[in-house]
Design a protein around this ligand. Structure first.
Ligand SMILES: Cc1cc2nc3c(=O)[nH]c(=O)nc-3n(C[C@H](O)[C@H](O)[C@H](O)COP(=O)(O)OP(=O)(O)OC[C@H]3O[C@@H](n4cnc5c(N)ncnc54)[C@H](O)[C@@H]3O)c2cc1C
Length: 510
């Protein structure tokens, strides 16, 4: 990367009057996708400049918290490329073309060897797979890790720091792309630094890797219809979506995400995640009605979002935002309601585990996260005090729901929702308890549409010259097939983008 002070150039293509900096490949966003793109472009011979929005860490404080660093670090590696590609195509319900699914599976299958090549030592993790309803899921069962988010991040950071021709500029958010008005090619990035605006020329290409839009209430509402945000990097505010939109990119998957449902606590960003083992517990909507097989909260964690955001058009409302987990005394005593997993850094610079739930829920009851009623009537009275409940639940309805559910437990079969027999534990021992659940913990998938080379596609289906994107920004997923798939995709398409960006010719000045 060279410093530039060319008086002839303005930030409008190559006839710009002034560029402050220059590199062959300029990357916007230093997370997993950005790091993978940078390493791959560098190894292919390019010099690389990464613009990162957040501040650099200090020796005692973590300022830079991409989701890739906060995450659990599960990394998916497909075991059979063709099967995995076909599976993703089916799961995408027509929203991701077959060639892209194949490119994804091929590149994902190199994730393990790539992480080991750049210095990581991978251990097998839990078997995964959340879409068994389609054939080929068995090819997406294996995840690996290098020790959660901080572990994998250390490997990426070491590789970036070791690379002679990669430079990272922190506190330098990309704001706009510079376009050559004659060719439509992307020639650079306008970025903000404390107290000044800089123009950065990219002589080969720009790669956008600025993550999702979990912390942009406006984009969340426009895309999903309601604002929610729980954990993820607070720096991920959809900047890349807007930068790409401005230069004519087609957007896709804006209404898609891998998302959970999260117990509501007073911790923000909310680090609590629930794991609900088979116990006397049911999930009910605002009316007190069951609506699904509760076992999927555990078995398909990344799909829970879609179950929870159902819009009842007859009622004109979201009856499951929030929904409630209702349990009895036996349920309370059946062990912690959540499991503490090792996780990454939070925005406050602390390395944290997910909240450690007390064994008998007493701590959460004391905090007011879990409501308690000696009778169902008392519990419902407490639930309906919350404005988000809209006061819709009636104790008689909840009682009927529980009676029906208990009947299924006695029969050992849930004909309505198919809750597995080993999950059918009757409720009936007072006191009763409820915890409020909201959709959250999402990886947004929306952003600029890309092709198999990770080039950004314009509104008419043509690649925008010299512009690439990777990671959560415009992810190829419509329906996330398993744990480990988003970090895996960030690495895979980061590498594809980096490789192809480095292979671009050096732009001739016009
Ligand atoms: C708690 C948690 C657990 C998770 N666990 C897993 C898991 O185990 N396995 C899995 O596959 N996925 C997991 N995920 C999801 C996964 O971490 C993300 O999908 C993936 O890391 C996204 O990578 P990325 O590079 O696209 O984005 P990020 O890693 O978020 O990087 C984006 C970077 O761009 C920067 N940025 C934003 N705007 C700008 C701008 N204008 N200019 C410059 N820089 C900008 C951000 O500050 C950030 O550093 C988890 C996520 C979270 C939050």
């Amino acid at each position: 990367m060279m410093s530039k002070n060319e008086t002839k150039r303005t930030p409008a293509g190559d006839r710009a009057q002034h560029w402050d900096l220059e590199a062959e490949v300029v990357i916007v966003g230093y997370g997993g996708a950005g790091a993978a793109a940078a390493i791959e472009a560098h190894d292919a011979g390019a010099d690389v400049l990464i613009l990162e929005k957040q501040k650099a860490d200090t020796p005692t404080f973590v300022n830079h918290t991409p989701s890739s660093r906060m995450c659990a670090g599960a990394l998916l590696v497909p075991s059979d490329v063709k099967l995995a590609a076909k599976h993703l195509e089916l799961v995408s319900l027509g929203n991701t073309p077959a060639d892209l699914c194949l490119a994804w599976a091929e590149e994902m299958s190199h994730n393990l060897e790539w992480v080991e090549k750049i210095g990581g030592k991978c251990e097998p993790l839990f078997p995964t797979g959340e879409t068994p309803m389609y054939p080929g899921q068995e090819s997406l069962q294996q995840t690996f890790t290098v020790g959660a988010g901080p572990g994998i991040w250390q490997v990426l950071e070491n590789a970036v720091e070791k690379a002679r021709k990669i430079k990272v500029l922190y506190e330098s958010p990309g704001k706009e792309l510079v376009v050559d008005p004659d060719t439509g090619a992307i020639t650079g990035v306008i970025a903000q630094q404390p107290g000044k605006t800089i123009a950065v020329r990219a002589t080969k290409a720009v790669i956008l890797t600025s993550g999702g839009f979990q912390y942009d209430p406006e984009l969340l509402r426009e895309s999903f219809g309601f604002p929610t945000a729980w954990y993820a990097n607070p720096g991920n505010t959809g900047d890349g979506v807007r930068m790409a939109q401005k230069v004519g990119a087609a957007l896709w998957h804006m209404d898609a995400c891998g998302g959970r449902s999260i117990p509501v606590t007073d911790m923000a960003p909310n680090p609590a995640t629930g794991r609900y083992t088979a116990r006397p517990i049911i999930a009910v909507d605002k009316y007190g009605r069951r609506f699904f097989d509760e076992s999927i909260i555990e078995s398909r964690t990344h799909q829970m979002w879609r179950e929870a955001v159902y819009l009842d058009t007859k009622l004109g409302r979201y009856p499951r935002i929030p929904y409630y987990l209702v349990f009895d005394e036996k349920g309370r005593l059946a062990g912690p309601l959540g499991r503490a997993n090792p996780r990454g850094f939070l925005a406050d610079g602390t390395l944290h585990n997910f909240y450690e739930w007390s064994k008998d829920a007493s701590a959460e009851i004391a905090k007011g996260w879990i409501l308690k009623g000696d009778t169902l009537e008392e519990l419902v009275a407490k639930i309906t005090q919350d404005p988000q409940s809209e006061g819709l639940m009636e104790s008689e309805v909840l009682k009927q729901t529980i009676d029906e559910y208990n009947g299924y437990c006695a029969a050992g079969h849930d004909p309505r929702f198919g809750r597995p027999a080993n999950w059918l534990k009757p409720l009936g021992t007072p006191p009763y308890y409820a915890i409020k659940m909201l959709p959250g913990g999402m990886s947004t998938h929306g952003g600029p549409k890309r092709n198999t080379r990770s080039q950004v596609i314009d509104a008419f289906g043509k690649p925008i010259p010299r512009l690439y994107a990777a990671g959560e920004l415009g992810s190829i997923y419509y329906f996330q097939p398993s744990a480990g798939s988003t970090l895996g995709e960030a690495f895979a398409f980061g590498r594809i983008a980096g490789r192809n960006a480095a292979a671009e010719s050096i732009r001739q000045e016009s």
